[in-house]
Design a binder for this molecule. Structure first.
Ligand code: DC
Length: 226
């Protein structure tokens, strides 16, 4: 049976990760969290104490870093140069710097090349900001997820609190809006809805409804292709 390439893009905390992970599980596909890959490079930049404006050095670091995503239980784990960094890439310092690091063309060139390679075998759900527009413009199904900022703050706050962090909603809202602004106004592959993407507003949807929406679209395409 033919396998699909599914692209899920959208702003921060719009529900991409949870949806992409569950859609991949239901279809037996591989979930590729491309934001996690930009976070992994950012973590290495911070660990190596490379100045955040040293574009050349950061590009070289990205080129020399091996990133691996592995399925594990109900989720996936991410390794840089063989080290499990699944938890470390979610730290506030990485979150604060990842928009800047991911705006560098040299970094994007390396990671986009890798993302295309991972998608070659098909049967993949990639989530990010530029999957449907730049990484895989020929994806079989493109979803652009959005949600009202108040709902996004609520979701992100719940995730952070579950991970043991204390967060202020107002500061979190500012951070999310600032990251959206930066991600959508940068020169290199800004966050944008592909013209042929289906917009899905998840503000009032349950996770199950979000997942079902994407899975049923995928099944329709698979039926047409069979
Ligand atoms: O989805 P996330 O919050 O983990 O993404 C972290 C950052 O990575 C986000 O602020 C923008 C960047 N990113 C990107 O530029 N392109 C992608 N395909 C995925 C993420």
């Amino acid at each position: 049976m033919r396998k699909l390439i599914i692209a899920i893009d959208g702003p921060a905390a719009s529900g991409k990760s949870t949806t992409a992970k569950l859609v991949a599980q239901r279809l037996g596909y591989l979930h590729i969290d491309t934001g996690a890959m930009y976070r992994a490079v950012t973590l290495r930049v911070l660990e190596e104490k490379i100045p955040l404006d040293d574009v050349q050095k950061i590009g070289e670091l990205a080129e020399g870093t091996q990133i691996r995503l592995e399925r594990s239980g109900s989720g996936s784990r991410i390794y840089v140069d063989g080290r499990d960094v699944t938890t470390d890439i979610r730290s506030p310092s990485v979150t604060n710097c990842v928009s800047l690091v991911s705006s560098y063309r040299l970094v994007r060139d390396v990671l986009v090349r890798e993302q295309r390679r991972m998608a070659e075998r098909r049967g993949v759900v990639l989530e990010g900001r530029d999957i449907g527009t730049v990484v895989l413009p020929n994806a079989d199904l493109k979803i652009y997820m959005v949600a009202h900022v108040t709902e996004r703050v609520k979701r992100r706050k719940r995730d952070l609190e579950l991970a043991g962090s204390v967060v202020d909603s107002e500061a979190l809202e500012q951070q999310i809006l600032e990251r959206d602004r930066f991600d959508s106004t940068r020169d290199a592959s800004p966050l944008r809805k592909a013209p042929d993407a289906i917009e899905l507003d998840t503000t009032d949807l349950t996770i199950e409804q979000q997942v079902q929406f994407v899975v049923s679209r995928a099944q329709k395409i698979l039926k047409r292709l069979s």
